[in-house]
Design a protein around this ligand. Structure first.
Ligand code: ATP
Length: 262
Protein backbone atom coordinates (compact mmCIF):
# COMPACT_ATOMS: atom_id res chain seq x y z
CA UNK A 1 0.00 0.00 0.00
CA UNK A 2 2.81 2.41 0.94
CA UNK A 3 6.30 1.81 -0.39
CA UNK A 4 9.10 3.79 1.17
CA UNK A 5 12.14 3.64 -1.09
CA UNK A 6 15.64 4.89 -0.20
CA UNK A 7 14.04 7.71 1.78
CA UNK A 8 16.42 10.32 3.18
CA UNK A 9 15.73 13.74 4.68
CA UNK A 10 18.25 16.40 5.57
CA UNK A 11 16.87 19.67 6.90
CA UNK A 12 18.39 22.88 5.52
CA UNK A 13 21.28 24.05 7.69
CA UNK A 14 21.59 20.67 9.41
CA UNK A 15 24.80 18.68 9.09
CA UNK A 16 23.21 15.30 9.71
CA UNK A 17 20.33 13.51 8.06
CA UNK A 18 17.06 13.24 10.00
CA UNK A 19 16.27 10.05 8.02
CA UNK A 20 18.81 7.88 6.20
CA UNK A 21 17.91 5.49 3.42
CA UNK A 22 14.67 4.02 4.76
CA UNK A 23 13.18 1.10 2.81
CA UNK A 24 9.84 -0.19 4.06
CA UNK A 25 6.56 -1.60 2.79
CA UNK A 26 3.52 -0.66 4.89
CA UNK A 27 0.43 -2.78 4.27
CA UNK A 28 -3.31 -2.38 4.75
CA UNK A 29 -4.10 -3.94 8.12
CA UNK A 30 -0.73 -3.10 9.69
CA UNK A 31 -1.07 -1.28 13.02
CA UNK A 32 2.45 0.11 13.17
CA UNK A 33 3.94 1.79 16.22
CA UNK A 34 7.12 3.74 15.52
CA UNK A 35 9.50 3.91 18.47
CA UNK A 36 12.70 5.85 18.99
CA UNK A 37 14.40 8.37 21.21
CA UNK A 38 13.61 12.04 20.89
CA UNK A 39 15.21 13.25 17.65
CA UNK A 40 15.34 9.73 16.13
CA UNK A 41 13.27 10.88 13.12
CA UNK A 42 9.77 9.62 13.99
CA UNK A 43 7.89 12.85 13.18
CA UNK A 44 9.90 13.39 10.02
CA UNK A 45 8.96 9.88 8.90
CA UNK A 46 5.22 10.44 9.49
CA UNK A 47 5.39 13.83 7.75
CA UNK A 48 7.03 12.22 4.71
CA UNK A 49 4.14 9.77 4.42
CA UNK A 50 1.49 12.50 4.09
CA UNK A 51 3.61 14.88 2.06
CA UNK A 52 4.07 17.50 4.77
CA UNK A 53 7.80 16.87 4.39
CA UNK A 54 9.31 16.31 0.97
CA UNK A 55 12.34 13.98 1.03
CA UNK A 56 15.85 15.08 0.11
CA UNK A 57 16.17 11.83 -1.84
CA UNK A 58 14.14 8.68 -2.34
CA UNK A 59 10.34 8.49 -2.43
CA UNK A 60 7.14 7.44 -0.71
CA UNK A 61 4.64 5.79 -3.08
CA UNK A 62 0.95 5.28 -2.39
CA UNK A 63 -0.39 2.22 -4.25
CA UNK A 64 2.31 2.89 -6.87
CA UNK A 65 0.03 5.69 -8.09
CA UNK A 66 1.47 8.77 -6.51
CA UNK A 67 5.08 9.02 -5.47
CA UNK A 68 6.23 11.81 -3.21
CA UNK A 69 9.83 12.53 -4.18
CA UNK A 70 12.07 15.62 -4.15
CA UNK A 71 10.55 16.95 -7.39
CA UNK A 72 6.96 16.20 -6.47
CA UNK A 73 5.89 19.66 -5.37
CA UNK A 74 7.23 21.37 -8.47
CA UNK A 75 5.80 18.65 -10.73
CA UNK A 76 2.38 18.28 -9.14
CA UNK A 77 -0.29 20.83 -8.69
CA UNK A 78 -1.26 21.60 -5.09
CA UNK A 79 -4.60 19.93 -5.96
CA UNK A 80 -2.81 16.59 -6.43
CA UNK A 81 -1.15 16.82 -3.03
CA UNK A 82 -4.56 17.59 -1.53
CA UNK A 83 -5.87 14.34 -3.04
CA UNK A 84 -3.06 12.34 -1.43
CA UNK A 85 -3.54 14.03 1.94
CA UNK A 86 -7.25 13.41 2.07
CA UNK A 87 -6.64 9.67 1.96
CA UNK A 88 -4.60 10.09 5.13
CA UNK A 89 -6.21 11.05 8.42
CA UNK A 90 -3.81 12.59 10.91
CA UNK A 91 -4.01 12.93 14.67
CA UNK A 92 -1.66 15.12 16.69
CA UNK A 93 -0.21 15.34 20.19
CA UNK A 94 -1.79 18.74 20.85
CA UNK A 95 -5.04 17.84 19.04
CA UNK A 96 -4.89 20.86 16.65
CA UNK A 97 -8.56 21.67 17.23
CA UNK A 98 -10.30 25.06 17.19
CA UNK A 99 -11.08 25.55 20.91
CA UNK A 100 -14.08 27.88 20.60
CA UNK A 101 -15.84 25.73 18.00
CA UNK A 102 -18.07 22.80 18.92
CA UNK A 103 -17.17 19.13 18.64
CA UNK A 104 -19.38 18.84 15.53
CA UNK A 105 -17.86 21.93 13.87
CA UNK A 106 -14.32 20.64 14.53
CA UNK A 107 -15.14 17.20 13.17
CA UNK A 108 -16.70 18.72 10.03
CA UNK A 109 -13.40 20.43 9.20
CA UNK A 110 -12.15 16.91 8.37
CA UNK A 111 -14.36 17.00 5.26
CA UNK A 112 -12.68 20.17 3.92
CA UNK A 113 -10.30 18.26 1.60
CA UNK A 114 -13.29 16.98 -0.40
CA UNK A 115 -15.18 20.25 -0.73
CA UNK A 116 -14.89 23.47 -2.68
CA UNK A 117 -13.09 26.38 -1.01
CA UNK A 118 -16.31 28.39 -1.33
CA UNK A 119 -18.38 25.88 0.65
CA UNK A 120 -15.63 25.74 3.28
CA UNK A 121 -15.57 29.52 3.50
CA UNK A 122 -19.30 29.88 4.05
CA UNK A 123 -19.45 26.80 6.29
CA UNK A 124 -22.31 25.09 4.43
CA UNK A 125 -22.56 21.30 4.93
CA UNK A 126 -24.88 18.83 3.24
CA UNK A 127 -27.23 16.56 5.21
CA UNK A 128 -24.96 13.61 4.29
CA UNK A 129 -21.88 15.35 5.67
CA UNK A 130 -23.69 16.26 8.89
CA UNK A 131 -25.05 12.72 9.28
CA UNK A 132 -21.60 11.18 8.72
CA UNK A 133 -19.98 13.55 11.25
CA UNK A 134 -22.66 12.75 13.87
CA UNK A 135 -22.30 9.00 13.24
CA UNK A 136 -18.54 9.14 13.78
CA UNK A 137 -18.91 11.37 16.85
CA UNK A 138 -21.17 8.66 18.27
CA UNK A 139 -18.62 5.97 17.38
CA UNK A 140 -15.90 7.75 19.36
CA UNK A 141 -18.31 8.01 22.32
CA UNK A 142 -19.07 11.74 22.24
CA UNK A 143 -22.68 11.95 20.98
CA UNK A 144 -23.81 13.74 24.14
CA UNK A 145 -21.16 16.40 23.57
CA UNK A 146 -21.56 17.10 19.86
CA UNK A 147 -22.63 20.70 20.45
CA UNK A 148 -20.24 21.47 23.29
CA UNK A 149 -17.28 23.77 22.73
CA UNK A 150 -14.03 21.82 22.46
CA UNK A 151 -12.28 24.13 24.96
CA UNK A 152 -14.51 22.65 27.69
CA UNK A 153 -13.45 19.04 27.09
CA UNK A 154 -10.79 16.92 28.81
CA UNK A 155 -7.60 15.91 26.99
CA UNK A 156 -8.93 12.42 26.28
CA UNK A 157 -12.20 13.83 24.91
CA UNK A 158 -10.27 16.31 22.75
CA UNK A 159 -8.25 13.44 21.27
CA UNK A 160 -11.52 11.60 20.51
CA UNK A 161 -12.57 14.70 18.57
CA UNK A 162 -9.20 14.59 16.77
CA UNK A 163 -9.80 10.94 15.88
CA UNK A 164 -13.35 11.68 14.67
CA UNK A 165 -12.06 14.56 12.52
CA UNK A 166 -9.50 12.21 10.94
CA UNK A 167 -12.10 9.47 10.34
CA UNK A 168 -14.71 11.77 8.77
CA UNK A 169 -12.21 12.13 5.93
CA UNK A 170 -12.86 8.40 5.30
CA UNK A 171 -9.13 7.82 5.03
CA UNK A 172 -7.37 4.61 4.09
CA UNK A 173 -4.35 5.50 6.19
CA UNK A 174 -4.45 6.82 9.75
CA UNK A 175 -1.32 8.60 10.98
CA UNK A 176 -0.59 9.69 14.54
CA UNK A 177 2.25 11.88 15.74
CA UNK A 178 2.52 11.16 19.48
CA UNK A 179 -1.28 11.22 19.89
CA UNK A 180 -1.22 10.21 23.55
CA UNK A 181 1.90 12.05 24.74
CA UNK A 182 -0.23 14.65 26.57
CA UNK A 183 -2.57 12.12 28.21
CA UNK A 184 -2.42 10.10 31.43
CA UNK A 185 -1.79 6.31 31.21
CA UNK A 186 -5.45 5.26 31.65
CA UNK A 187 -6.69 7.71 29.02
CA UNK A 188 -3.83 6.70 26.69
CA UNK A 189 -4.93 3.08 26.91
CA UNK A 190 -8.54 4.00 26.15
CA UNK A 191 -7.47 6.10 23.15
CA UNK A 192 -5.35 3.21 21.83
CA UNK A 193 -8.26 0.80 22.33
CA UNK A 194 -10.46 3.15 20.27
CA UNK A 195 -7.80 3.52 17.58
CA UNK A 196 -7.36 -0.24 17.32
CA UNK A 197 -11.13 -0.78 17.11
CA UNK A 198 -11.49 1.80 14.33
CA UNK A 199 -8.42 0.44 12.57
CA UNK A 200 -9.90 -3.06 12.49
CA UNK A 201 -13.45 -2.01 11.66
CA UNK A 202 -12.40 0.21 8.76
CA UNK A 203 -9.54 -1.96 7.48
CA UNK A 204 -6.96 0.82 7.70
CA UNK A 205 -3.21 1.07 7.61
CA UNK A 206 -2.33 2.83 10.87
CA UNK A 207 1.08 4.33 11.67
CA UNK A 208 1.57 5.93 15.08
CA UNK A 209 4.62 7.45 16.76
CA UNK A 210 4.70 6.68 20.43
CA UNK A 211 7.14 7.04 23.30
CA UNK A 212 5.47 4.41 25.44
CA UNK A 213 6.94 0.98 24.63
CA UNK A 214 4.30 -0.73 26.75
CA UNK A 215 1.49 0.70 24.59
CA UNK A 216 3.34 -0.28 21.41
CA UNK A 217 3.80 -3.86 22.64
CA UNK A 218 0.15 -4.11 23.66
CA UNK A 219 -1.49 -2.70 20.54
CA UNK A 220 0.87 -2.80 17.56
CA UNK A 221 0.88 -5.61 15.03
CA UNK A 222 4.27 -4.35 13.92
CA UNK A 223 6.93 -2.22 15.60
CA UNK A 224 9.44 -0.10 13.70
CA UNK A 225 12.26 1.40 15.77
CA UNK A 226 14.38 4.28 14.54
CA UNK A 227 17.74 5.37 15.83
CA UNK A 228 19.55 8.39 14.40
CA UNK A 229 17.27 8.31 11.37
CA UNK A 230 17.82 4.64 10.56
CA UNK A 231 15.55 1.63 10.99
CA UNK A 232 17.17 -0.59 13.62
CA UNK A 233 14.18 -2.87 14.21
CA UNK A 234 11.15 -3.88 12.14
CA UNK A 235 9.18 -6.81 13.46
CA UNK A 236 6.47 -8.23 15.67
CA UNK A 237 5.90 -6.74 19.13
CA UNK A 238 7.04 -9.97 20.81
CA UNK A 239 10.33 -9.75 18.91
CA UNK A 240 11.03 -6.34 20.45
CA UNK A 241 13.23 -7.56 23.29
CA UNK A 242 15.18 -5.90 26.08
CA UNK A 243 18.24 -5.90 23.75
CA UNK A 244 16.24 -4.12 21.06
CA UNK A 245 15.04 -1.66 23.67
CA UNK A 246 18.66 -1.00 24.62
CA UNK A 247 19.66 -0.54 20.97
CA UNK A 248 16.73 1.86 20.44
CA UNK A 249 17.04 3.99 23.54
CA UNK A 250 20.68 3.44 24.53
CA UNK A 251 19.66 2.50 28.07
CA UNK A 252 18.14 -0.38 29.95
CA UNK A 253 14.37 -0.54 30.34
CA UNK A 254 13.05 0.44 33.78
CA UNK A 255 9.75 -1.26 33.07
CA UNK A 256 8.76 -4.83 33.59
CA UNK A 257 6.95 -5.46 30.30
CA UNK A 258 9.65 -7.73 28.88
CA UNK A 259 9.16 -10.27 31.66
CA UNK A 260 5.39 -9.86 31.80
CA UNK A 261 4.62 -11.71 28.58
CA UNK A 262 2.76 -8.73 27.11
N1 ATP B 1 12.26 21.81 10.82
C1 ATP B 1 13.45 21.30 11.17
N2 ATP B 1 14.60 21.94 10.87
C2 ATP B 1 15.81 21.44 11.21
N3 ATP B 1 15.98 20.27 11.85
C3 ATP B 1 14.88 19.57 12.19
C4 ATP B 1 13.56 20.06 11.87
N4 ATP B 1 12.66 19.15 12.33
C5 ATP B 1 13.37 18.16 12.90
N5 ATP B 1 14.70 18.41 12.82
C6 ATP B 1 15.80 17.54 13.30
O1 ATP B 1 15.65 16.28 12.66
C7 ATP B 1 15.89 15.22 13.57
C8 ATP B 1 14.68 14.31 13.66
O2 ATP B 1 13.62 15.06 14.26
P1 ATP B 1 12.14 14.47 14.47
O3 ATP B 1 11.29 15.57 14.99
O4 ATP B 1 11.73 13.77 13.24
O5 ATP B 1 12.43 13.38 15.62
P2 ATP B 1 11.40 12.65 16.60
O6 ATP B 1 11.91 11.25 16.74
O7 ATP B 1 10.02 12.83 16.13
O8 ATP B 1 11.63 13.44 17.96
P3 ATP B 1 10.55 13.71 19.16
O9 ATP B 1 10.26 12.37 19.77
O10 ATP B 1 11.32 14.61 20.10
O11 ATP B 1 9.36 14.37 18.57
C9 ATP B 1 16.30 15.87 14.89
O12 ATP B 1 17.70 15.94 14.96
C10 ATP B 1 15.69 17.25 14.79
O13 ATP B 1 16.46 18.17 15.54
Amino acid sequence: MIEVKNLSVQYPGSEVEALTNLNLTLNKGDFVCVLGKSGAGKSTFIRCINGLQIPTSGEVCLDGRVCLDPDYVSRAKEEKLRKVRREMGMIFQHFNLVPRLSVLQNVLTGTFGYRSSFKNLIGWFSQEELALARKIIAEVGLSEMADRRVENLSGGQKQRVGIARALVQQPRVLLGDEPVASLDPGTSNRIFTLLKEMHERLGLLTVINVHDVDLAKRYATRIIALRNGEVIFDGLPEQFTEETYHATYGSKSENSFFGAGI
